[in-house]
Design a protein around this ligand. Structure first.
Ligand code: AMP
Length: 401
C-alpha cells in the first residue's frame, strides 16, 4: 500500500510517494512552469538496490492533468509504483480550510465546494490545490483524494485567540478571524517532540517555531494548539523572508492615501517586498549571516529584528501556557540558522530557557537534537520537519479509519 502526496500550486506540482509499511519515501519530484513551453519535470526515486536516482526533463506541460499523467508515468517507469491500484490515498496539501475543517477530509463535491468558498481568503493557493484535486479525482476515481489543511491543527484555538477586535459582522458575515498556517508542520514536530520528551503529546506544553521563508510560532497546551502567530492570511506574526509580519495596520492606510498604492500594490509591498528582503535587500538567511559577519549594518538589523520578534512570541506564549516543556525549532532557518536560535533564546533564563552554545553550534548533526544547557528547565529542541510524511500519514489514517 502506498500514498501519493501532491502539493499542487497554480503552475507547479510537487509530489512524494510513501510506502505505508515503513513510511519510506519511495520517490519524489516536481513539475514547474505548467502552461509554459519550457515546463520542467524532475524526478527522484530509489532503485531496486536502494540507491537514489534522478532524472530531469524540459518539455511543455500544458495542464495539471498532463502534469499528473507525467508523474504517474514516471513512477511506473521507475518501478516505484507498479500500478495505481497500489495507492490507498492521494493526500493533497491545502493551505486554507476556512473555519469548518479541523481534520483531513476525503474530498467529495461538498468538500471541494467548501475549499472553493474560501478562495477569497487564499487566492494564491487554493485555486492551484483545487486544480490538482479535480484532476486526481477525475483520473483516479477509485483512489480517495484526501485534503490535509494547513489551518486544521489551529482549529482548537479559543475565540479569545482567534477573534480580532473588529466589528462582529466581519467575523459572522465575512469569516474574518485568525486561522493560522503551517499546521501540518507544527503538528508533526509536536508529535516528534513528545517522543523526545518521553510522554504523550496530550501531556505536553510546547512552543513550536516553524522558521522558513514563511515563519510562524504556535503555542500548544496539552497537545492542542491554543495560539499561533499567523492570522487571516500567512502575513501576520514573525518577520519572514519577504513578509512583514506584525505591523500597525495603519501602515496600509498610509500607503493607500499617500503612496498612490492600490490594493494590489499594498499586497505586493507587505507580502513580497518586506520582511528580511525589505530590511536588508536579501531574504536568504545564509547570505544575511555572511553579510552581518562582514559588518553589514542592515543585515545585522535584519537578524536583530528577527530575533526580537521571536523573543516577543516566546515571552507571550510562555505567559499564555504557564508551563513550557519544550521549544522546538524547525524549518530551513529553525533547523540550520545557529545565530537566530542563539539570539532568540538569549537572556531568557528568567523564563527557564537557556541554550548550550556548543550544542547549538554543533553542525555535524542534522537530525533531531537537544540544544539546551543543563540549567534550562525548558528543553530546546531542533526537529527537522516533514510535512509530506505528515500529510501521507494523515491521509492514510483518514481512509483506513
Ligand atoms: P524553508 O522555507 O523552510 O525552505 O527555509 C528557507 C530559509 O532557510 C531560507 O531563508 C534559507 O536561507 C534558510 N536556510 C537554509 N539552510 C540554511 C543554513 N544552512 N543556514 C542558515 N539558513 C539556512
Amino acid at each position: 500500500m502506498k500514498v501519493l502526496v501532491l502539493n499542487s500550486g497554480s503552475s507547479s506540482l510537487k509530489y512524494q510517494l510513501f510506502d505505508c509499511g515503513d513510511w519510506r519515501a519511495l520517490a519524489s519530484g516536481l513539475i514547474a512552469r505548467i502552461g509554459e513551453p519550457n515546463g520542467e519535470l524532475r524526478q527522484t526515486w530509489l532503485n531496486a538496490n536502494g540507491a537514489t536516482q534522478t532524472r530531469q526533463d524540459t518539455l511543455p506541460i500544458s495542464s495539471h492533468e498532463v502534469g499528473i499523467d507525467h508523474i504517474i508515468s514516471g513512477l511506473r517507469a521507475s518501478g516505484a509504483l507498479a500500478d495505481v491500484a497500489e495507492l490507498v490515498a492521494i493526500g493533497h496539501r491545502v493551505v486554507h480550510g476556512g473555519p469548518n475543517f479541523s481534520q483531513p477530509m476525503i474530498v467529495d463535491d461538498a468538500v471541494a465546494a467548501e475549499i472553493t468558498s474560501v478562495i477569497p481568503l487564499a487566492p494564491l493557493h487554493n485555486p492551484g490545490h483545487l486544480a490538482g484535486i479535480a484532476v486526481a479525482r477525475q483520473l483516479f476515481p477509485s483512489v480517495p483524494s484526501v485534503a490535509v489543511f494547513d489551518t486544521a491543527f489551529h482549529q482548537t484555538m479559543p475565540p479569545t485567540a482567534y477573534r480580532y477586535a473588529l466589528p462582529e459582522f466581519l467575523y459572522t458575515e465575512h469569516r474574518i478571524r485568525r486561522y493560522g498556517f503551517h499546521g501540518t508542520s507544527h503538528h508533526y514536530v509536536a508529535k516528534r517532540a513528545a517522543i523526545m520528551l518521553g510522554k504523550p503529546l496530550a501531556q505536553c506544553n510546547l512552543i513550536t517555531l516553524h522558521l522558513g521563508n514563511g515563519a510562524s510560532a504556535c503555542a500548544i497546551r496539552h497537545g492542542r494548539c491554543v495560539d499561533t502567530s499567523m492570522g487571516l492570511t500567512p502575513l501576520e506574526g514573525l518577520v519572514m523572508g519577504t513578509r512583514c509580519g506584525d505591523i500597525d495596520p495603519a501602515v496600509a492606510i498610509y500607503a493607500l492615501k499617500n503612496l498612490g498604492l492600490d490594493a494590489e500594490g499594498i499586497d505586493q509591498l507587505l507580502n513580497r517586498q518586506s520582511g528580511l528582503l525589505g530590511i536588508c535587500g536579501v531574504n536568504d538567511m545564509r547570505e544575511i549571516d555572511r553579510l552581518a559577519a562582514a559588518g553589514d549594518e542592515r543585515a545585522e538589523l535584519a537578524l536583530g529584528m528577527t530575533a526580537h520578534r521571536l523573543k516577543k512570541y516566546l515571552g507571550a506564549y510562555s505567559a499564555e501556557l504557564g508551563t513550557v516543556d519544550a521549544i522546538v525549532f524547525t524549518g530551513g532557518i529553525g533547523e540550520n540558522a545557529v545565530g537566530i536560535r542563539q539570539r532568540a533564546c538569549a537572556d531568557l533564563e528568567r523564563l527557564g530557557i537557556a541554550i548550550d552554545t556548543a550544542l547549538n553550534a554543533a553542525r555535524e548533526s542534522n537530525g533531531e537534537r537537544r540544544i539546551h544547557s543543563a540549567t534550562s528547565t525548558v528543553q530546546v529542541l531542533v526537529i527537522p520537519t516533514n510535512e509530506e510524511l505528515e500529510i501521507a500519514q494523515q491521509a492514510f489514517a483518514t481512509v483506513t479509519a
